[in-house]
Design a protein around this ligand. Structure first.
Ligand SMILES: N[C@@H](CCC(=O)N[C@@H](CS)C(=O)NCC(=O)O)C(=O)O
Length: 222
């Protein structure tokens, strides 16, 4: 049985959890606080980051992209990269967009200001940094609306890893109170549809001790 070493508010851990659930892979969860750099985490991943998957034939596998691609290559069920080179390129482009750009501009600042400073540093959030993240969030929501203008899913006509990467990042931003959905009808409808998938819905009741999400966070109709 696989074990996923994850952190509840790590969007990369969430992405892997959703992929494993979509593909029907059984796993247990082991919580890591990545800033503590436990010996166990460092032994499995010299980068000292979550997620890491251990216990299977190939474990440990570190890095969410390596883990997702491993299962895409080994399990045929629920293909997540699309068919054809051009479709796969678009899925990979948008997955990287959310993993890198959205994380750097929105989720990482929110995690720093609203989670790390509060729980670890016992410091107040920097309101200027939160305003910059809120402006970036609005730009990203506009971009999601633009993509959905002529697509059913973010990367095209089928549900893909791009939707999962985006939903994983957005779910953490939403937990941290970083999303004002008003005015983003298409993005909201898409997120409500994604949220209602069993693979994502199962994660939403979880809470991080010391930080409560807004009331709408786990509501499918929000
Ligand atoms: N590229 C990595 C990024 C993983 C990552 O940044 N994880 C964060 C938690 S969300 C972490 O462990 N941060 C601690 C650190 O970088 O030292 C992946 O896709 O798995």
């Amino acid at each position: 049985m696989w074990t996923l070493h994850h952190f509840t508010l790590c969007p990369f851990s969430r992405k892997v959890r959703i992929v494993l659930a979509e593909k029907g892979v059984e796993f247990t969860l082991e919580e890591e606080l990545p800033w503590l750099k436990s010996d166990e985490l460092m032994d499995m991943n010299r980068a000292g980051q979550t997620p890491v998957l251990s216990g299977g034939k190939a474990g440990p596998i570190a890095d969410s992209i390596a883990i997702c691609e491993y299962f895409e290559e080994t399990i045929e069920k629920a293909p997540l990269l699309g068919s054809g080179a051009a479709a796969r390129a678009e899925v990979r482009r948008l997955t990287a967009w959310f993993d890198q750009k959205f994380y750097a501009e929105v989720v990482n600042p929110l995690l720093t200001e609203r989670m790390f400073k509060r729980l670890v540093m016992r410091a107040s959030p920097d309101s200027a940094a939160l305003r910059v993240a809120a402006r970036a969030m609005a730009v990203h929501l506009d971009y999601i609306e633009y993509l959905l203008g002529d697509r059913r899913w973010l990367a095209g006509s089928t549900f893909s890893l791009a939707d999962i990467a985006a939903a994983a990042q957005l779910s953490v931003a939403d937990y941290l109170g970083g999303i004002d959905w008003r005015g983003y009808r298409d993005a909201k409808t898409w997120y409500a549809t994604v949220k209602s998938r069993r693979s994502i819905r199962a994660m939403l009741p979880e809470r991080m001790a010391g930080i409560s999400p807004p009331i709408h966070y786990d509501k499918l109709d929000f």
